[in-house]
Design a protein around this ligand. Structure first.
Ligand code: SF4
Length: 260
């Protein structure tokens, strides 16, 4: 029987599981990062895999600490969520939010985005990396939404992945946040946490995504994406993980964790 009863210090001593509260219309997503640029999984001897009881214990703790995890990428509706996620590739949520606040005030539908036009859109998002390509994609996806989907954001992966600038991760974020589907979007944080902890080792974001879907109990899947992102962003930091205040430090398999 695996050890699942030893709990780390009291929750009050842990890092906050969420950033400062946002409005109900605000939410979080991931920042895409090409697989090749993400930290490679640890090589060598594989650590012992998590048992089902340990996985359940970890997500029970996440759920207890933060029952309704929210995010930081601001949006007003499924369309602005889709646009924000497309803009967030290789950019920070804070940087995207700064640009999209005034943008979404004038263009929160595909029709308004088309009316705004690519040139003026570029002006709104010029502080975001790759803004020229992204402006082109946002105009093209707005046009496609109107032409092929009646101006609505579709609720299937297949349809979402046909939109310019939208890949699997974007589709997963939109399906999860806009349509309540239990998808797992793997960004740089989720990829790191999955590999480092041994919860879901994988060489690619897709491998980690599929493994997380396999091991996480269905009851936790709706929020699992946000719990893992927030855990990676605020506790299991890339350079200096805060193992001493980590909610799952007794379960983590990382040989270099700073607690025993
Ligand atoms: S113990 Fe450390 S390395 Fe493991 S999940 Fe927690 S913060 Fe990350």
């Amino acid at each position: 029987m695996p050890k699942t009863t030893r709990r780390p210090p009291a929750p009050a001593a842990r890092t906050p599981a969420t950033p400062p509260a946002k409005s109900a219309k605000r939410a979080i997503t991931a920042k895409p990062k090409p697989a090749a640029k993400q930290a490679a999984p640890r090589r060598g001897k594989s650590p012992r895999r998590w048992s089902a009881a340990e996985v359940h214990e970890a997500f029970s703790r996440f759920a207890e600490a933060n029952p309704e995890p929210k995010g930081e990428l601001e949006h007003l509706n499924p369309f602005t969520l889709l646009v924000a996620v497309v803009l967030s590739a290789q950019a920070t949520d804070a940087g995207v939010n700064k640009a999209t606040r005034p943008l979404f005030a004038v263009a929160d539908t595909p029709q308004k985005m088309l009316a705004l036009g690519e040139e003026r859109l570029r002006e709104y998002i010029k502080t975001i990396g790759l803004f020229r390509t992204k402006a082109k994609n946002v105009i093209a996806l707005s046009q496609k939404l109107i032409t092929d989907f009646g101006g609505e954001v579709p609720n299937t992966r297949e349809a979402l992945e046909t939109l310019p600038g939208a890949g699997r991760k974007t589709a997963n974020v939109v399906l999860n946040m806009a349509f309540g589907q239990p998808t797992m979007a793997v960004d740089t944080h989720v990829f790191r946490v999955g590999n480092r902890t041994g919860l879901a080792p994988g060489d690619t974001p897709l491998a980690v995504e599929l493994e997380l879907e396999r091991v996480i109990p269905a009851e936790f899947m709706q929020h699992a994406h946000h719990w893992l992102i927030l855990h990676g962003r605020y506790t299991c930091l890339a350079r200096k993980p805060r193992c001493e205040v980590c909610l799952i430090n007794d379960l983590c398999r990382w040989p270099e964790k700073t607690v025993s």
